[in-house]
Ligand binder design. Sequence first.
Ligand SMILES: Nc1ncnc2c1ncn2[C@@H]1O[C@H](COP(=O)(O)OP(=O)(O)OP(=O)(O)O)[C@@H](O)[C@H]1O
Ligand SMILES: [Mg+2]
Length: 349
Amino acid sequence: MLKIDGVSRSFGDVIALDGVSLEIGQGEFFALLGPSGCGKTTLLRIIAGFERPDAGSVSLDGADLLGTPPNRRPISLMFQSYALFPHMTVAKNVAYGLERERLPKQEVRQRVGEVLETVGLSAHAARKPAQLSGGQRQRVALARSIVKRPRLLLLDEPLSALDKKVRADMQLELKRLQHDVGITFVVVTHDQEEAMSLADRIAVFDNGHVRQVDEPVSLYERPRTPFVADFVGANNLFHGTAGGLDGIKSERFGMLAGTPLEELAAEAGALLAVRPEKIELADGGASSGLAGAVLDVSFYGGVSHVSVEVPGHPKPVLVAVQGAATVRPGAEVKVRWAAEDAVIMAADQ
Ligand SMILES: Nc1ncnc2c1ncn2[C@@H]1O[C@H](COP(=O)(O)OP(=O)(O)OP(=O)(O)O)[C@@H](O)[C@H]1O
Ligand SMILES: [Mg+2]
């Protein structure tokens, strides 16, 4: 439905987007994930028409978008810092865009009523924004974005202003809303858990480049570039050189077990990534594994995190165990994992 092809945009010396290509399908919940300053907002502004790319094309349903002014595109953008009109009621805030289009009063009233119902704010229609909680204000902003029935709704960090609990509620709400209204959503976030819990597919951005586009589970289990392996979820990373089909050769540790996602040239630089929950914590006397000492144990309820100092490895190895951990700081242990539970990728991407 939405096709972004080779889009680049620079501001002076800063390259905000460098040849970005993406295809987003009808009805998809799509997330753009990446650290601050990597070009996410710039891409949304180009799709919405508030910014022009230096190169590349953007089309919707096969028709070029770049020649269409923002107000003629069937697209809504909810800004990173959205502002409600403080002197208007909730209903007026939501009606504003429709009134500007001079729709008949009766239709405006009906559509505003329906949308407020959808976001669960019918009872608050007559309030002013100052009389609402942060989560409720967020809902008004959402209502205002969907009342115009766009084909595509772009949301820039929609939940970043909310505290953790409200945020979790609103994530569920947003998913339900997208399902109910059937509009294609593109949401920007720098929170990888949020992206994974919300989206059908995620594009990971790094410095103006798309590093991987995948479904959340694939992104987590099969990161294809070092940046994605490091940015999405906790990971233990080991450097070495390609070592065939079942591992990498590490200068310090010898052969480390893992599975290459694609064939690597012999002796090519390789990175092995293994998730904390895939590592087994074995007794210090075990016959295999990397020897280390427990640095710290943190209990989180359902899981415990054990960090293990492995001499020769620059960072503590993070191990997640179910429930309460039985080891104590200072204990001599070995960490090991199965080849199928670690992924190997080329180091230079
Ligand atoms: N109008 C502008 N003039 C100059 N530089 C800009 C402009 N807009 C964006 N930039 C620069 O382009 C880069 C990408 O900015 P962008 O706002 O797209 O990042 P972002 O991924 O949305 O970051 P954040 O997560 O912090 O919102 C940044 O280095 C930013 O400083
Ligand atoms: Mg931004």
